[in-house]
Design a protein around this ligand. Sequence first.
Ligand code: NAD
Length: 265
Amino acid sequence: MTKRFGLTVITGGAQGIGRALSQAFAADGATQVVVLDRDGDKATALAEQLQGRAVAVDVSDGSAFAQALETIEDDIGPISTFVSNAGVAWGFEAPLDNAAYASDEIWNKSWEINVLAHVRAARILVPRMIARGGGTFVQIASAAGLLNQIGSAVYGTTKHAAVGFAENLAISHGAQGIRVALVCPQGVDTALLSSIPVGPERGDGVLTAEAVALATISGLDEGRFLILPHEGVHEYVRQKAENTDRWIRGMGRLAQRFVSNDSEK
Ligand SMILES: NC(=O)c1ccc[n+]([C@@H]2O[C@H](COP(=O)([O-])OP(=O)(O)OC[C@H]3O[C@@H](n4cnc5c(N)ncnc54)[C@H](O)[C@@H]3O)[C@@H](O)[C@H]2O)c1
């Protein structure tokens, strides 16, 4: 196995998709993985198994996160691949009342974790990667960032913003050797999926976190920007672009169906 990804940091790396990514990069392509997570105990336990390193930090704490990245660069080595995976799925509690119902606190905190953490990491790493001749920035967003999220405007909106940032990063810095990959899965069998009401994101089959990690590494090896572990998402994106009005009406019908099913439980 070639160590083509170098020192690899995975945020939210202790559980779920992040855990599978930590394991997959350690097994194939990373010289060493750094499991970065707000859950320090879980991160340490996994890092020990993988002969990697653990960093306990909350990515929504801008200064602590920046400090953690600088410490990794100074004490462990230059980050060659940064996998920005930590995310939260909040705002699913009362979708029929008002799509905008969630409090500013929920919106702001989701924004910090699902969007600003990517921006803050790039702010530190992009100049360093360019100076070193290149680097890889992987964002785990969601199909909700391309197709929206039935049941949570907070999740759908923040994941759209994450997609926008990944696109902009690739457009702005591709020529300077920054490779960007955007991973947009539908349902994946993790604690996050179990925490939200049943919705159409499970309709095309729930993948394992391991399958998403393998799809991510294959997509990187193929030099892809957009990595869609669920094949069907390509077709939904095409349908949305071809006739957005029809697509909105269809999604509206799906929303009625899933939200009323959920309220019958
Ligand atoms: N599970 C799915 O169905 C699914 C589908 C599409 C996209 N995603 C995205 O994949 C990513 C990982 O999701 P998952 O399903 O593995 O979630 P998960 O809840 O199982 O695991 C998330 C991990 O991130 C860590 N984390 C959360 N907030 C953090 C913070 N502020 N700072 C540091 N660490 C933090 C948690 O401690 C946990 O270890 C998320 O961005 C999520 O939106 C998940």
